[in-house]
Structure formats: structure tokens, C-alpha cells
Design a protein around this ligand. Sequence first.
Ligand SMILES: NC(=O)c1ccc[n+]([C@@H]2O[C@H](COP(=O)([O-])OP(=O)(O)OC[C@H]3O[C@@H](n4cnc5c(N)ncnc54)[C@H](OP(=O)(O)O)[C@@H]3O)[C@@H](O)[C@H]2O)c1
Length: 157
Amino acid sequence: MLALIVAVDDNFLIGNGNELPWYEPNDLKYFKQITLNKAVLMGYNTYLSIIKRLGRPLPRRINYVLTYEKKLPAGGIIVDNLDSLIASYQDSELFVIGGKSVYESLLPRVERLYLTRIKGIHEGNIYFPRINFNEFILLSTKTNDNLTFEVYERIKK
Ligand SMILES: NC(=O)c1ccc[n+]([C@@H]2O[C@H](COP(=O)([O-])OP(=O)(O)OC[C@H]3O[C@@H](n4cnc5c(N)ncnc54)[C@H](OP(=O)(O)O)[C@@H]3O)[C@@H](O)[C@H]2O)c1
């Protein structure tokens, strides 16, 4: 199943240049808890920013990368057939983890959405695409200080 995880502020801001607009350790912990031992799928820029930050791909996760480059630094797996990759995750979650261009192209195919809302308006220039919340039902919501963790599932047609 294709899942998506993202953190947004009140304006659905997600990025500032190639960085996150905030430092929210509790969101990073949540991201780790949800994605650990799973497969994650990301764009080239997001992969490079992880390598820059950690010096390696996300540990204890399969790191799939969408890119037209022929080679990747350090251990990520280049996706050569996106449709068959998604089809191979029918019984477990494959997490779309960004960035903007990958969120935009895959949001219509996402069946589960892990949305962290970070209270306030932050500085930045990259926004999440518009979500039609009528297509989803809210499965759970949990608030911890300025963060609200929501999980949605796409309504089956
Ligand atoms: N708030 C959050 O939760 C969150 C999470 C992640 C990222 N972000 C933010 O998102 C921003 C980065 O977004 P971005 O759009 O620049 O980067 P991105 O989506 O990580 O990477 C874009 C690149 O991925 C490759 N790509 C994308 N779709 C592809 C496809 N279908 N097939 C093949 N290659 C594909 C292309 O690279 P090539 O042309 O090199 O092949 C494209 O230039 C940053 O500001 C970051 O902080 C926020």
C-alpha cells in the first residue's frame, strides 16, 4: 500500500530551500517510529539532503530513490519501474517521504496519509500540494504540544 508521511505548518509549508523550515525533534521521533523497518520512497533532492545530514541513507529502512541520474551516493536504490515497485507493496506500506515533486506526483495514488500539523506560520518557500480531504477519512489524531499527528485513509470508490 502506498502511504505518505509529511509535516506541514498552518499554511501547508513543507520546506525552506532544500531544508525543513523547523527543527521539531518530536516530529523526527514520530517519523522514525512510523517508518522504521519499512520501505521509504523519495526524490533525488530529499535523498541528497539525508546523505548530507546523516552521511548515509535512513538506517534500518529500504531507501528507494526516484531520479534520472545513473548513480547515487551511498546505498540508496534507484527505482527503475515505479508501477511495479508500488504493486509489490500490496500487503505492506511503502512510504512516500518527499520532497515536493514526489508528493505532487504520487499524492493521487496514496491510500494512507500520515499528516503532522506543526502549529504556526514558518519561513519558507515550498508547499505541499492541495489535498482534497473529502477523499479521505480521519482514522486517528493525537496532539502533543504544538504538534498534531493525524492519520487518514483514502475512501474506497
Ligand atoms: N515537511 C516535510 O515533511 C518534508 C519532507 C521531505 C522533503 N521536504 C522538503 O521538500 C523540498 C524538496 O522537494 P523537491 O521537489 O526539491 O525534491 P525531491 O522531490 O526530493 O526531488 C526532486 C527530484 O527527484 C527526481 N524525481 C522526482 N520525480 C521523479 C520521477 N517520477 N522519476 C524520476 N525522477 C524523479 C528528479 O531528480 P533528477 O532530475 O536529478 O533525476 C527531481 O528533480 C525541501 O524543501 C525539503 O525540505 C519536506
